[in-house]
Design a protein around this ligand. Structure first.
Ligand code: ADP
Ligand code: MG
Length: 252
């Protein structure tokens, strides 16, 4: 049996010895969209950065397609890093480079493809996110939604099986945000890409998520996981029901 795309196993994570996340465990299934959600500061980005090997956990493990990214070194680590793409919350394309040059960067770093081949790949990736014709534009010449699409194209440069996106909807208007949801669903369905997405946009979560993993700052960990509609309707935890039903927290 194939390993799940991502397995987070008893992860403890934090800064300066202080835990932000305690004993977090969940799986992201292949080909599915898993959304990590929760209030500001609850550790969503921290979790994502541990899943992609940017931070080392206090303890616990993260397996990418069965390979432990927390212990891998050298060639094994490089192989794991090649198997996924990332867009960060802060985000950014290189402002002085065209979209084509931005998407070509990972190809320069990780492959020996000649320039013409790199550009051909970049053209395809930009087409896959709906940016044909914008190859020679600078990021500053694009709308926020188009910049997000370009960042996804760059993350797809090496044909990753998994894409990690940290708050791709942040700062987008609802219509642009819905367009991005459609892109994510289309890439998931047509290319079989597994998505792990940090988001707290309720509409987006219901539109795209097969599974939701809800973190909570007080609990310093997972307080609910499952399909969003199921959590909305059946969770025993009032915080979870409140979030999914968008009901206000009662006054103390
Ligand atoms: N590099 C860091 N050094 C120290 N503390 C951090 C760092 N990054 C995040 N934190 C703290 O960890 C907690 C979780 O942050 P973060 O993962 O960014 O939350 P979220 O993405 O859910 O808003 C916050 O209290 C934040 O201040
Ligand atoms: Mg964050």
């Amino acid at each position: 049996m194939e390993a799940p795309a991502v397995v987070v196993s008893n992860l403890y994570a934090g800064y300066g010895g202080e835990a932000v996340l305690r004993d977090v465990s969940f799986e992201a299934a292949r080909g599915e969209v898993t959304v990590i959600l929760g209030g500001s500061g609850c550790g969503k980005s921290t979790l994502l950065k541990h899943m992609i090997g940017l931070h080392q956990p206090l303890s616990g493990h993260v397996f990418i397609e069965g390979r432990d990214i927390t212990t891998a070194r050298g060639r094994e680590r490089k192989r794991i890093l090649r198997s996924f793409g990332v867009t960060y919350q802060s985000g950014a394309l290189f402002g002085s480079l065209t979209l084509m040059e931005n998407v070509c960067l990972p190809l320069e770093e990780f492959t020996r493809l000649p320039l013409a081949a790199r550009e051909a790949v970049a053209r395809v990736k930009l087409a896959q996110v709906g940016l044909s014709g914008a190859e020679h534009k600078l990021p500053s010449e694009l709308s926020g939604g188009m910049q997000k699409r370009a960042a996804i194209a760059r993350a797809m440069a090496l044909d990753p099986a998994i894409l990690f996106l940290d708050e791709p909807q942040a700062g987008l208007d609802p219509v642009t945000s819905a367009g991005l949801d459609e892109l994510i669903l289309s890439l998931s369905r047509n290319l079989g890409i597994t998505f792990v997405i940090v988001s707290h946009e309720l509409a987006s979560i219901f539109a795209i998520a097969d599974q939701a993993v809800m973190l909570d700052a007080q609990a310093k960990g997972v307080i609910a996981q499952g399909p969003p509609a199921l959590l909305r309707d059946t969770s025993a935890n009032p915080k979870v029901r409140q979030f999914f039903n968008r009901t206000p927290t009662p006054e103390p």
